[in-house]
Design a protein around this ligand. Structure first.
Ligand SMILES: [Ca+2]
Ligand SMILES: [Ca+2]
Length: 118
């Protein structure tokens, strides 16, 4: 997982959707209303309500740290399914919920599919 912080920006008044795309991570996006001449604070763009994790991190899937999401990542998560050892959690608990389960494998799949769609 990777923490992304965004500071304030000033733009023309209106409603915007701000999207963060980072290679190997599932995009997050948030709606923001900008008032004329005022700065808009996005807060944590990777908050859970924007598609990020409950810790406010972008969700990834690149657990085998090569240049892509592929079968190696799925194998690592699959081999750690239902394990709660510190090693398994460090290696494959992608969403940081304290267990390695289908949700983590789903993140690998979702990120893999997003990657090949781009
Ligand atoms: Ca990988
Ligand atoms: Ca998990």
């Amino acid at each position: 997982m990777q923490r992304q912080r965004f500071k304030r920006f000033i733009h023309s008044a209106g409603a915007y959707t701000v999207t963060a795309n980072l290679k190997h991570y599932i995009p997050v996006k948030a709606a923001v209303i900008v008032q004329d001449g005022k700065a808009a604070d996005l807060g944590n763009l990777a908050a859970s309500g924007n598609g990020g994790s409950k810790e406010g991190l972008m969700r990834g899937g690149n657990v085998y740290p090569d240049a892509e999401i592929n079968i190696y990542d799925a194998v690592i998560v699959g081999a750690s399914l239902n394990k709660t050892t510190p090693e398994a959690l460090a290696a494959a608990d992608i969403n940081g919920d304290g267990s390695v389960n289908q949700a983590d494998l789903d993140l690998v799949e979702k990120n893999f599919l997003a990657q090949i769609a781009n």
